[in-house]
Every structure is written in C-alpha cells, then in structure tokens.
Write a protein that binds this ligand. Structure first.
Ligand SMILES: CCCCCCCCCCCC/C=C/CC(=O)SCCNC(=O)CCNC(=O)[C@H](O)C(C)(C)COP(=O)(O)OP(=O)(O)OC[C@H]1O[C@@H](n2cnc3c(N)ncnc32)[C@H](O)[C@@H]1OP(=O)(O)O
Length: 292
C-alpha cells in the first residue's frame, strides 16, 4: 500500500510539473493567429517574433502570400509587445523564397497584373518600412524577389551552399527600381550594376564577399545566429533606431509612394509586351522541364 501511495504521489507530482512546464511554455511562446502560409510565433520574454513563410513548394510570392506577409508585418508593427522579428522559411535547407510568382505575370489581363503589382508595392513598403529590427534567416535559395525580401531586412544570415541574387534579367524581365535600390544600398553601385545587368546569382560565400549577406553559417546555426544579432540590435535605443532606419530608407519609398499608379502602369506595359511574355513563358516551361 505504501509503495502504491508513493508511486501515486510521484504521478501526481509529475502531472503537476508537466502542467507547470506547459503553462511556462505557453506563457513564453505566443502563436499569433496565423494563416497557415505565414506562421508567426512571439516569444513573450524577449518580444521577438519569428515569421516563417510556409507556402509549398517554394514560397513563391503570389497574391495570397504577398497579402499574408504584408498583413502580418503590419500587425507586428502595431503590436507594442513585439521588439523585433526574424524572417525565415519552413523549407529549410531548400528554399527561402523563389521570388514573385511567375504564373501571375504570364498571359494575364491588365487588371490582374495591376492588382498583383499593387500588392507587390504594398509588400515592399510594409517590410522595408518595418520600424523594428528585422533579421532574415535565409535558410535556402533566395533568387529575385526572395533576394529583394531578404534585402529589406536589417541583417542577413545565410545558410552555406545556396544561391541569392536579383537575377531578373535572365528571365527577360527587369528588376523594378525599388529592388535595384535595395541592392545598391547593400553592395554599392559597382557590384549592383554587375549583379543586375548580368542577372548574377551569387553563392552564399560570394554573397558574403560583396556584402549581399552579413554572415554565412551552417543550416542549424542560421536561426540561432539571427537571434543572437537580433538581441544585440534590440539593445540600441529603439526610438533612435526607428528614426534612423526610416530616414535612411525614406527616399526610395517616397518615390514609389508618390507615383504608385504610374509604377503599376509601367509594370503592366512592360510585362504585356509580346517579347517579354514570350520570355516569361519560355522560362516557366524551362522551370517545369528542369525536373524531367
Ligand atoms: C522600358 C524599361 C522598363 C523597365 C520596367 C521594369 C518594370 C518591372 C518589370 C517586371 C519586374 C518583375 C520582377 C520580378 C521579380 C521576381 O521575383 S520574378 C520571379 C523569378 N523567380 C525565379 O526565377 C526563381 C525560379 N525558381 C527556381 O529557381 C527554383 O524553383 C528554386 C531554386 C527556387 C527551387 O528549386 P527546387 O527546390 O528544385 O524547386 P523546383 O522544382 O524548381 O520548383 C518547384 C515548383 O515550383 C515552381 N516554381 C518555382 N519558382 C516559381 C516562381 N517564382 N513562380 C511560380 N512557380 C515557381 C516550379 O515551376 C515547380 O513547379 P512544378 O512542381 O513543376 O509544377
């Protein structure tokens, strides 16, 4: 009987302990009501939000994902309990993001293209204007728009052995001016001209050499390294951080804000050209056939 009582007490203690652990865990990690394509967890101890892009197969930025990311960052901006954020991908070791969804630019009406580009503008203005420290944990390939999204963060930690770059010209399209300015801000005009004109995709190590990313680490160190630097960045007095970030980024953002309709018209006119459509169609086909 005594033995039974002891083991029952042990069970009760174990249950109490696991409940306490659960309470502690749920108190420290808050899961934001996320869409399943953008998962967000907030650590209530540090106030760090981890935003994980989770749209299979490659996080291509279609209308749904652009809207979900934009909404998420707007909420994180407004949430005073959030001190900073990490942007990463669920498909670690594979793809951070494959950039804008090419299907959204192929054989579409002017209205579809216009709406799509309006969402691209909003996505750019929201992440680039995110007032808190933002670190990209680039845990896979980041071509074109995936690279642009990483460039919108304040620090980039990349996994070894993958590729990153604004390689639009290889598709027969041209990176918009606000992508180009992101590259110029990171690597300077000389490297940016070479990178954009030639649609150059950099390996992680090459990207580190020109300053396109700030650190290259192995896969299991990507997020921990991003957290370490975010901890440092959030120690800077935040009103000063925000004012400084806004001041440094304002000019290009204002150029876009002041003529969003003109920029949309420019995009639609450019993409609807028969030779551009032909190039996009050929590229899409090549992507599909790569696997065969
Ligand atoms: C007069 C002068 C005016 C100048 C004006 C300028 C105005 C603006 C002009 C227009 C600007 C447009 C800007 C565009 C920016 C972009 O972001 S374009 C996006 C380009 N993206 C890419 O090139 C990346 C392509 N993808 C890849 O390289 C690879 O998929 C990968 C390395 C990311 C991953 O490789 P892997 O893991 O092997 O996966 P895959 O088998 O290749 O792909 C799986 C699946 O996804 C499809 N897919 C891949 N990427 C995209 C994409 N970006 N969009 C849509 N779909 C994509 C791929 O086809 C596979 O589909 P299936 O499974 O075969 O169906």
């Amino acid at each position: 009987i005594q033995a039974l009582q002891i083991s029952e007490n042990k069970i009760i203690k174990t249950k109490m302990l696991s409940r306490a652990c659960f309470r502690q865990f749920s108190a420290s990690i808050r899961r934001m009501s996320s869409t399943n394509i953008v998962e967000t967890n907030i650590d209530s101890g540090t106030g760090f939000a981890t935003v994980t892009l989770s749209q299979p197969p490659v996080n291509s930025l279609d209308k749904n994902l652009l809207t979900a990311i934009t909404d998420r960052f707007k909420k994180l901006s407004d949430d005073s309990s959030v001190t900073g954020a990490i942007l990463t991908s669920k498909f670690d070791g594979k793809v951070f993001s494959a950039g804008l969804n090419i299907v959204d630019m192929f054989q579409k009406s002017d209205d579809h293209l216009g709406e799509f580009w309006g969402m691209v503008q909003e996505w750019y203005l929201t992440i680039q204007g995110f007032p808190k420290p933002l670190v990209s944990a680039i845990n896979g390939h980041a071509p074109t728009g995936g690279c642009a999204m990483a460039l919108m963060s304040d620090y980039r930690v990349m996994v070894e052995g993958k590729t990153i770059g604004l390689n639009e010209t290889l598709l027969g399209i041209v990176a918009p001016f606000f992508f180009a300015d992101l590259m110029i801000a990171a690597v300077g005009r000389r490297h940016a001209e070479f990178a954009l004109n030639n649609g150059y995709l950099y390996t992680s190590d090459e990207a580190l050499k020109i300053g396109l990313v700030d650190e290259v680490v192995n896969l299991d160190q990507v997020v921990p390294t991003a957290l370490k630097i975010l901890t440092k960045m959030t120690k800077t007095p935040q009103p000063a951080y925000q004012v400084c970030k806004n001041f440094l980024r304002k000019e290009t953002m204002d150029t876009l804000r002041n003529d969003r309709a003109g920029d949309i018209a420019h995009f639609v006119g450019f993409v609807q050209q028969p030779n551009v459509q032909k190039a996009i169609g050929g590229y899409l086909q090549a992507l599909k056939q790569r696997k065969k």
